[in-house]
Design a protein around this ligand. Structure first.
Ligand code: ATP
Ligand code: MG
Length: 415
């Protein structure tokens, strides 16, 4: 059944979309369709009377030559209206800013996966095939736009039905094995939209991750992991922490036994939420804090290729945890005062972020570590260098010693 409706319900500039459709038609009659989040959120907004907000970026699929289409758009809209055109001719994609709306264009394509979790092979194809490569049924709907302002809904997988039942459903049984990042995407959408993952889809997540179908296994050298998988997982996790209600998303991932995709310790960790809440308060990067609870944080951080500095914090965290065990926890540390804590920590030159990550472990001595991190390390000398010089202390090492002594005296007076 064809559902034809006016574009006005989209709540985004329908004139702009009609202009784009007209240019597509004039070029070679290739179909132009709005796809992805904009279609899903517009229908959802319709269902719940405008309750669904979205950022105004639009994904379009075009059945035709992207290079020629972009040349045509440039000529029609001109530089004033169309800024920042980035054409990736080889991939058949383009990103542009049109009347301040961010637009992603892609030539319709079919993707096949040479082996699980590897990057797909791409051939240009029809709009219907393009929908078949997508993650969830609610994201596999397309609004084919006509130059007369009407649109026709393509919904081959029943996405509109699943919008009503508020369910996320994979398109086929191999979806997770083809691209495991879809599980993280599912947790993001579930948390953001208040949807649940369909029963069959949860079964697919659990059975696929249990079988672990990829050539790399835990314990193998990290450089043998399909690099694309590590990078894509990290990007999805960053979006989860930066843009979504992450506590709900993480709890979904644990419910679906999906954190085993990263590490079994994370899957079994019942204190994951307090750890991340603490990291959030201490303004630590949440992904780094998550990885700190893994069986081997360093190997996992390399697998996901998180920033080098954060990888180094995780390496140092392992040393710091060992230092706590061998040099602190076996002493009468409960009687240590501010000065002794400060001297012990600063003598070893521990990085503040590493101490903060350890505070999130919530081991027995987290309180004095937090006091050092939050207060003691910021205490400065009670006298300035110029005051000391005025008192006759010569510039040089002695001046540094005096300033240091004055700082320690200030800390000693603290509780
Ligand atoms: P939003 O932009 O609101 O976060 P979105 O659904 O538009 O949501 P995008 O990441 O912009 O998400 O991707 C656009 C569309 O591309 C998705 O709706 C989905 O159809 C498809 N897509 C993106 N990533 C994948 C993936 N890993 N597997 C399959 N399809 C994907
Ligand atoms: Mg989008």
């Amino acid at each position: 059944m064809k559902l034809v409706r006016s574009l006005d319900f989209l709540d985004i500039s329908s004139d702009l979309i009609i202009d784009l459709a007209l240019q597509a038609k004039l070029l070679d009659h290739g179909r132009l369709a709005l796809v992805g989040g904009a279609v899903r959120d517009a229908f959802l907004s319709d269902l719940c009377s405008g309750a669904c907000q979205r950022t105004p970026d639009l994904d379009f699929v075009y059945e035709g030559d992207m290079n020629l289409f972009c040349i045509r758009l440039q000529a029609y809209f001109g530089l004033q209206r169309m800024q920042q055109l980035r054409l990736h001719d080889h991939f058949g994609t383009a990103t542009l800013q049109l009347d301040s709306v961010r637009i992603d264009l892609a030539s319709a394509r079919l993707e096949t996966y040479p082996s699980p979790a590897e990057n797909p092979l791409v051939v240009f194809s029809s709009l219907e095939n393009d929908l078949s490569r997508r993650d969830f049924t609610v994201n596999a709907m397309a609004l084919v736009v006509n130059a007369d302002g009407d649109s026709e809904l393509l919904d081959p997988y029943g996405g509109s039905h699943h919008l009503i039942s508020r369910e996320l459903v994979f398109l086929h049984d191999e979806s997770v094995s083809e691209d495991p990042t879809r599980v993280i995407r599912g947790a993001r959408y579930a948390a953001r939209l208040g949807f649940s993952l369909g029963t069959q889809s949860i079964r697919q997540v659990k059975s696929t991750l249990q079988l672990w179908p990829w050539s790399w296994r835990f314990g193998d050298p990290v450089d043998l992991v399909p690099p694309a998988l590590g990078t894509r997982l990290r990007m999805e996790l960053e979006l989860l922490f930066n843009n979504e209600p992450w506590p709900q998303a993480l709890s979904s991932l644990q419910d679906w036994s999906a954190l085993s995709l990263l590490d079994q310790n994370l899957q079994n960790d019942s204190l994951l939420y307090p750890r991340l809440r603490c990291a959030n308060r201490l303004q630590l990067p949440l992904l780094c804090a998550l990885l700190s609870a893994a069986a081997d944080p360093v190997a996992l951080s390399q697998r996901l290729q998180i920033p080098g500095q954060q990888q180094r914090w995780l390496e140092e965290l392992l040393l710091f945890r060992r230092w706590l065990e061998t040099d602190v926890l076996i002493t009468s540390w409960g009687e240590w005062d501010a000065l002794q804590w400060t001297c012990s920590l600063e003598q070893e030159c521990w990085t503040p972020e590493v101490v903060a990550l350890s505070i999130c472990d919530h081991q027995v001595c987290w309180r004095p570590l937090l006091r050092w991190w939050g207060r003691w390390r910021h205490v400065s000398a009670e006298i300035t260098a110029s005051e000391l010089i005025n008192q006759g202390v010569p510039p040089g090492p002695r001046l540094g010693d005096e300033l240091h002594k004055s700082r320690l005296q200030a800390i000693e007076r603290m509780r």
